[in-house]
Structure formats: C-alpha cells, structure tokens
Design a protein around this ligand. Structure first.
Ligand code: GLY
Length: 365
C-alpha cells in the first residue's frame, strides 16, 4: 500500500474513506459542496485553525472550551443555537477539528441538528486518529454517566494530517500509544512488538514508522467497524482495557486520568484476568505488563479504593448492558468477550490495577 493511500470503512451506502496527508483543499472540494462549519476547541484553534481557515476560507467557526466538561448539554445547546442563528440549513457540513472530545461533541451536533447534517472528522490527537474519529460513535456525557447520550453517526470522511502531531503534548502522545497497544493486543502481535520497542522514545511526528503504525491501527478499526457498525459483536473487542478504565476515569471525576491513561491502567486489569481465566501465556503477560509499565500514570489518591471503583462499575453495568463484560486476550494478537467473570475476581483485578498504577515496577513479573 502506498504510504498515503486511503483506507475504506466499508458500510455499504454509508461507506467512507480515511485520508492521510493530502492536498486538503482539492480533496474537500471533491467531497462536498455544502456550507462548511468548523467546530473546534480553544487549544486546537490556537495551533491549527488558521491552517484550516486557509483550506476552507468560507467556513463558519464555533470554538468551545477545551476538556471533557464541554461534552455537555449546555455546550451542545450553544452549538445548536449558533447553527440556527447563522442560518445554517440541512445543506451544512460540520468539520470536527480536534481530539476525541470534539469528535464526539461536534459529531453529535451533526447527528442531531435538523435531524442530521453531514460530518467530516479532522482528528488532531493520536488517540482520535487511531480510534475516536473512525466508526461513528458520537455523544455527550450525562451527569449520571459518560457518553450516555449520543448516536451512531458516520462521517462522510476522516482527514488525518500527521502534521497535527507536531504540537501534541507528551501526555496526549502516550494516551494515543495506549489505544494503539490495545489494537496490537487484540489483533496484531507484530504491531504490539513494534510499538513496545518504541515506547521509551515515545515516537516523533515525522517518524515514518510511527505513521505506518497509526495507519495499521486505523486499518484495524476500519475492518472491525465494517464488520459490526453497532457493536453487536466483534466491535466490543475494541473495549479491551476499557471496563476498569471507565471505572477509573469516573472515580477521578474525568479530570484525574485522561481516557488513554485509564485504558492503559485497565489493560493491566484485563491482562491479570486473562492470565487467570483464559491462560494468557506468562511470556505474553510479561510483555504486556513491561510495556505498559513504561508509561507514566498519575498516582491514585488514597480515597479512590477498589471498592469505590467497583461500585461505579456496577452502576455503569446496570445502565449499559446489565452484565460485566470483559475483553480478554488468550495470546497477544487475539481476544474474545467474557461476560461470566465472578464479582470476586473482578474485584481482585481492580485491586491489581491500583497496585499496578502505584507500584508497577514490583508487580510486573
Ligand atoms: N472506541 C471504541 C469504538 O469505537 O467502538
């Protein structure tokens, strides 16, 4: 495959391409003639908005505050109000310029405005490039839980410009690496090994090997979404590390851990359960733990205990699926769903995860 050839998300009439480093102005003209609206957040606007204004000079612009707090009813309402006040009709295309938060928020604004307008995702973080911008999950948070209000709304295209990574802070970079490791563990042993080798230097935006790995992750995501758009089967594998991860994120009120960091910690819990429940070989287990053990995570405050996280997870389970659903790996490169794990084992895995965060060096072997 040519370095920059597109990847197709194959969803019949709703199919779309993920494009990499292109002449964006020419491409956008060929994709849409609708009225453009860029939705972004303050930090991303500071770095990248001028660039995109030159590419789409006729675009209207909405800028929201950064951070997970913007995935809320008030900010969504503000976006709807601006869209109405600017006189935008159904003949609109929303460009979501930013990380996962903007992809979700602007994506849901597109899904809900006038019963749905076109959406184009322009992810600016590593995490959004490999995961959040692909597959059509959009939404906002409710005070009773994360991502509870939303819609599947597939974009018309995903535009990945690797130059955006030049301004990515180290912490964000590592969050993206966490999600990339997930793809390696569930689907691609070689990807895992390559990533594992490079984590200590954490990659550079113009490092073509990293770019190949980003493309590989996007390809895996596209394949999985093409098979199971609405998460009734294989798409659930993408939640590897997320069951405990979501509990941790919520316990830290969404500002202690970034999503990717919580997933990295959750991978420790999932590896622990995989060893106990499906015979993950010792060598694979050690490789996973050594790799994630090199990624710095914020320390856990004393009040966030395993019981606190377990209660949050039980609540999450009640509103979402009624069952604890873990993704386990039987060997690096393969994964399956297990929804029959006993509460006591889940509790132990949370305890293990907290130990991993606080003193990972001691528990890796
Ligand atoms: N981030 C997981 C998914 O898109 O299904």
């Amino acid at each position: 495959m040519n370095q920059f050839s597109p990847i197709k998300v194959d969803l019949g009439p709703s199919s779309y391409n993920i494009f990499f480093n292109r002449d964006w102005a020419g491409l956008i003209k060929s994709l849409t003639t609708k009225k453009p609206m860029i939705i972004t957040e303050e930090n991303v606007a500071g770095y990248h908005l001028d660039h995109w204004k030159r590419i789409i000079p006729e675009a209207e612009i909405i800028i929201v505050p950064p951070g997970e707090q913007s995935k809320s009813y008030p900010v969504l309402e503000r976006i709807h109000t601006e869209l109405i006040e600017k006189g935008l009709s159904r003949d609109t295309v929303i460009f979501a310029l930013g990380g996962g938060m903007i992809g979700d928020l602007a994506g849901f604004a597109a899904a809900s405005y006038m019963r749905g307008v076109d959406l184009i995702q322009i992810p600016t973080t590593l995490l959004a490039m490999v995961d959040a911008s692909i597959g059509g999950k959009t939404g906002i948070n409710h005070k009773l839980g994360k991502n509870l209000i939303g819609a599947f709304w597939q974009p018309k295209a995903v535009l990945i410009d690797f130059r955006h990574l030049n301004t990515l802070p180290e912490r964000e970079w590592l969050c993206g690496i966490g999600e990339m490791l997930k793809y390696g563990i569930i689907r691609d042993k070689e990807l895992f090994a390559n990533l594992s080798e490079r984590i200590s230097i954490s990659g550079k935006p113009q490092d073509w090997i990293i770019i190949e790995m980003v493309k590989r992750c996007a390809e895996i995501k596209a394949e999985i979404v093409s098979q199971d758009e609405r998460e009734s089967g294989v798409r659930a594998l993408l939640n590897f590390g997320h069951t405990i991860g979501h509990g941790l994120e919520a316990a830290g009120d969404y500002n202690l851990f970034r999503h990717g960091e919580a997933v990295i910690a959750g991978i420790a819990g999932a590896a622990y359960l995989s060893r106990k429940k499906c015979g993950l070989p010792q060598d694979d287990y050690t490789q996973i733990m050594r790799t994630i053990g090199r990624i710095p995570l914020p320390p856990i405050p004393r009040e966030i205990t395993a019981s606190v996280i377990f209660e949050i997870m039980k609540h999450d389970k009640k509103i979402k699926s009624g069952k604890f659903r873990f993704i386990l790996t039987e060997a690096i490169g393969a994964a399956h769903i297990d929804d029959s794990i006993e509460d006591s084992e889940i509790f132990n895995s949370i305890d293990f995860t907290l130990d991993f965060i606080n003193n990972n060096a001691d528990i890796i072997e």
